[in-house]
Design a protein around this ligand. Sequence first.
Ligand code: SAH
Ligand code: F3S
Length: 501
Amino acid sequence: MTKRLWIDTVGCQMNVLDSELVVAALRRQGWQMAQSPADADAVFYNTCSVRQHAEDKVYSALGRVRAEKAKRPELVVGVLGCMAQKDQELVRKRAPWVDLVVGPGQLHRVPALIDGVLAGSGPMIEVSLDRAAGSRESVARSFESYDPDRDPEMRPTPFQAFVRTQTGCDKFCAFCVVPRVRGPEQARPPAAILAEARKLVDEGCREITLIGQTVNSYRWSEEGRTTRLSDLLVDLDAIDGLDRIRFVTNYPRDMTDDLIHAVRDLPKVCHYLHVPAQHGSDDVLKRMKRGYTIGEYLEMHGRLMEAIPHAAVTSDFIVGFCGETDDEFGLMLDLVQNLRFKNSFIFKYSPRPGTKAFQRQPDDVPEAVKKERHRLLLEAQTEASLSGNVAMVGTRQKVLVEGISRRDEKQLTRDGLDGSSETDLQLSGRTMCDRIVVFDAPQRLIGRIVDVDILAAGPWAVSGTLALEGSPQEPALDEPLVHSIAMPTPSGKQAGHANPA
Ligand code: SAH
Ligand code: F3S
């Protein structure tokens, strides 16, 4: 009988990709997706350890699945990813009904492990012994044999996919648990990355997002030749059928001119650069061990804006890091007001066991202060985002249509609105600069690149109207669509969308 899997993914794009790969591997063994934990033979949580909150969410989800497991002891409960690696046996101490604990470096073992559990092996824990465990070659082999098998239904959309350039991180920022749970930085060979991209394009992908913890640190040396991210972009840009290339996350110090020029010159590369600054004070950056000063960040930002004046730059910030004073926070506020990022992800500092900050610097900013600084920084960023969006009003933008907007998706599920492909619905897509655009159009345009005239702006999105004359490189609007798009599942849970942790 067919077995059914339900998987919940929290955290970053890496986790979304990992979940896709786990599902692809299990499908090859005949598994199908379940609609809910109640109708599943296995329930997996692909987890994140970056902040305490992300872990708390998983432990409460595990609490909720406990009753189901008590009713059906044969249900396999699995904890995958970063929290599995970080907590190891502790997961089973806190939730003894968990059958499988699998770290991010061992996910290719999930099909064999689940078979073991179903055959009565008892609980299995499979994690890396330490950060350096296994030779680089053996890790690279498992990872290579694994990434190319993909699952279109688990992607953000059938025409957008993530491709990994490297695993792990060697930067060791004082607050960050990633180098510990994801291991050392290891690049994939360029040929493997390009082959995977070509395969995805053959399957109908139009947009590829390269992902790495510090994607712009990518380097691969072979026979005296070094391939950098800029070289990869040149080769990807030449793939017929691919329309858009993006890459995240960038480390400020590795934003070299060759990369900036590649972004400027290659027509398919989006002018969207996520380059987290993390803070606006040199003293805090030093305590965070980020490895650059604000002067250096500003120099990088200046080079970027000079080369690509309309580029959208985005950032991450941590408020309330150990010892953060009012003055230091003020410098971060200034940075956000001055650089006018397209948007920023703002986090309250969460001490993570195993990190340098956790060992050596007290988490001494009170929660109420963190909360207030978070509010103030978000307010400044929202104002900057809004003014950036307002500047788009009156322009015509090329938009990759990603799906039905959240508003109409809700209405469709609630009112059973006519979902035929000809009915106008509010659709949502993105510009080359990663700005979200909503507009009314028939659903059959999902997966296409269309021209939209921008009429109004809010802080999170702009709205507009479909331009009548289609974009020159696009087929006429009445041509049949290549992709048939499945409606997003009502829960969105197993559709591969990560819940922001
Ligand atoms: N290079 C990674 C960073 C992973 S963590 C990437 O792909 O984005 C994502 C963001 O979480 C970081 O940029 C940082 O702003 C935030 N973060 C990391 N550790 C944190 C902590 N201990 N507390 C609060 N925020 C944290
Ligand atoms: Fe984390 Fe810093 Fe690497 S934020 S992922 S240690 S670059």
